[in-house]
Write a protein that binds this ligand. Structure first.
Ligand code: UD1
Ligand code: UDP
Length: 386
């Protein structure tokens, strides 16, 4: 048995960083593990926000982000950069997270180096290869390359079993985003930002909005913003807070449709700490994000998802998340329904925790230690009863 194993985490975007942070902190606690951190920096500012918050200092930074980057640019630059880092570091295992192009490139690069791959947040599926695009295939292809699969829930575990992944290689861990959220949200949080500080969270109803999905760029997003415009013109007690993604293709349409409107606050992406605490204070959330669909239910916030499909069915089944697509009248009607019907609002606002209990990172690292023979027993699975 080896005395020490080298485990390299590879990630590149904001959500990967938020969800890998608890794993990185846990890896650093074990003397049997030599951790190495590599970021592709597929995102730059939005990645750095998270690295700063969790005091994570990458050992390797490929700094690949470029304005207007295509999927080919990201894949190509990440693969070449990772080839060099893997040649230098020779890790025993590469840990990747989720479904971004960095995730897939990380898994493929590790495979080309005949290095074991651990896939954190494995097994989520819509079974529609173009929705979300390209995330569904990124996640599936990463799964095909992975040796260890850290499925957040029983549903994702079953998806992997259906694809003939050997059961002994799947660990149900809960989602690490809940670990991160537990470390970040508190009732008496004070916003540093004056606008966020001055909002009357009791008498006003704050709708928190984010949009960024590639398949929603252009007309679908424009439809959503037009619906929001109608809502603020009709409801004087509604304030929309919209931290706008750095993608210029998102910003342009947001500014055209919502710039300068009363009751709409267009702001830069927030650091994770104020963002998570803003979710906690909001009345409802409208988003096409994956991670927010997981976080908001555990804060008891209704989420209207601006997509037609989701790979996260658990909170939809629990009734706190609703898929509403991007068509203008549907979006307007669904928001109006939740603003007007208190009973429906209260039904959706009940807290549920299908995605985790705050101990996912520990289960993941314990499973890695078990895989390499440092532990005799497997960690207990996450279950809704645990
Ligand atoms: C990426 C992921 C998506 C994930 C999302 C999280 C892929 C293909 N897409 O999508 O799965 O849900 O991140 O937010 O992996 N930009 C900046 N600064 C930043 C970040 C982005 O300026 O810090 C701009 C750049 O112009 C960049 C553009 O946003 O070219 C798009 O970034 P990209 O990573 O290609 O796509 P996302 O939509 O962010
Ligand atoms: N988030 C953040 N600041 C913001 C908007 C979102 O920190 O201004 C966090 C959010 O809490 C969640 C993650 O970013 O943890 C989601 O990222 P995103 O929506 O970009 O990607 P996805 O989850 O869809 O892949």
């Amino acid at each position: 048995m080896k005395k020490k194993i080298k485990v390299m985490t590879v990630f590149g975007t904001r959500p990967e960083a938020i969800k890998m942070a608890p794993v990185i902190l846990e890896l650093a606690r074990h003397e049997e593990i030599e951790p190495v951190i590599t970021v592709t920096a597929q995102h730059r500012e939005m990645l750095d926000q998270v690295l700063n918050l969790f005091s994570i200092k990458p050992d390797h930074d490929l700094n690949i982000m470029a304005a207007g980057q295509t999927l080919f640019d990201i894949t190509d630059k990440a693969m070449r950069g990772l080839d060099e880092v893997l040649t230098e570091e020779h890790p025993d295992m590469v840990l990747v997270h989720g479904d971004t192009t960095t995730t897939f490139a990380g898994a493929l690069a590790a495979y080309y180096h005949e290095t074991a791959v651990g896939h954190v947040e494995a097994g989520l599926r819509t079974n529609n290869k173009y929705s979300p695009f390209p995330e569904e295939m990124n996640r599936k292809l990463t799964g095909a390359l992975a040796d260890l699969h850290f499925a957040p829930t029983q549903v994702s575990h079953e998806n992997l079993i259906r694809e003939n992944v050997p059961e002994k290689n799947i660990f149900v861990t809960g989602n690490t985003v809940i670990d991160a959220l537990h470390k970040t949200v508190c009732d008496n949080y004070k916003f540093a930002d004056k606008m966020l500080q001055n909002i009357d969270y009791i008498d006003k109803r704050v709708i928190l909005v984010t949009t960024h999905r590639r398949e929603n760029l252009g007309e679908p997003m424009r439809h959503v913003y037009k619906a929001m415009k109608q809502i603020v013109s009709e409801y004087q007690d509604v304030e929309i807070i919209f931290p706008v993604h750095k993608n210029p293709k998102v910003r342009e349409v947001v500014n055209e449709e919502l710039g300068g409107l009363r009751g709409v606050h267009l702001i830069d992406p927030l650091d994770y700490e104020p963002f998570a605490n803003l979710m906690h204070r909001s009345y409802l959330i409208m988003t096409d994000s994956g991670g927010i669909q997981e976080e908001a239910p555990s804060l008891g916030k209704p989420v209207l998802v601006l997509r037609d499909t989701t790979e996260r069915p658990e909170a939809v089944a629990a009734g706190t998340v609703k898929l509403i697509g991007t068509e203008k009248d549907r979006v307007y009607n669904e928001v109006k329904y939740l603003l007007d019907d208190k009973t429906e609002y209260m039904r959706m606002a009940s807290t549920c925790n299908p995605y985790g209990d705050g101990h996912a990172a520990k289960r993941i690292v314990d499973a890695v230690l078990y895989y390499y023979g440092f532990r005799n027993t497997l960690p207990e699975c996450f279950s809704l009863d645990s």
